[in-house]
Design a protein around this ligand. Structure first.
Ligand code: HEC
Length: 93
């Protein structure tokens, strides 16, 4: 029983560590309530799907809405597609 609990704790902390959105907050605000660099949408007002689409497009270099897409491309390329979807679910409304 103890082992199962321990494994679960380990597993969830790994999951947690992988979705590290602290970095995003520097630009998008603690609750994603800021307009990053004075251009972006307020991310917390975007839907989960919108965010997911935006992040995947940044990752593949297809999105550059305000001429700062490169900033997001450099961030999103380190995340796997599944992680980006997870992040979108976490921060979208
Ligand atoms: C260095 C600052 C910075 C960091 C860090 C950053 N972003 Fe951004 N983000 C921006 C800028 C600037 C834009 C607008 C890019 C453009 O021109 O399309 C943007 C755009 C976005 C958009 C689309 C908003 C729109 O207006 O369509 C989403 C969603 C987003 N970021 C989420 C994230 C997430 C999630 C992270 C963390 C993995 C992150 N950002 C990290 C600066 C940042």
């Amino acid at each position: 029983m103890k082992l199962i609990v321990l494994l679960f704790v380990l597993y969830s902390s790994v999951l947690f560590a992988q979705v590290n959105i602290d970095e995003c907050k520097k630009c998008h605000g603690e609750k994603f309530e800021k307009i990053a660099y004075g251009v972006s949408e307020i991310v917390k007002n975007m839907s989960k799907l919108e965010i997911e689409k935006a992040l995947l497009a940044y990752k593949s270099g297809k999105r550059d809405k305000y001429g700062m897409g490169l900033i997001m491309k450099l961030r999103t390329r380190f995340y796997k597609v599944n992680k980006l979807k997870e992040i979108a679910k976490k921060i979208g409304r």
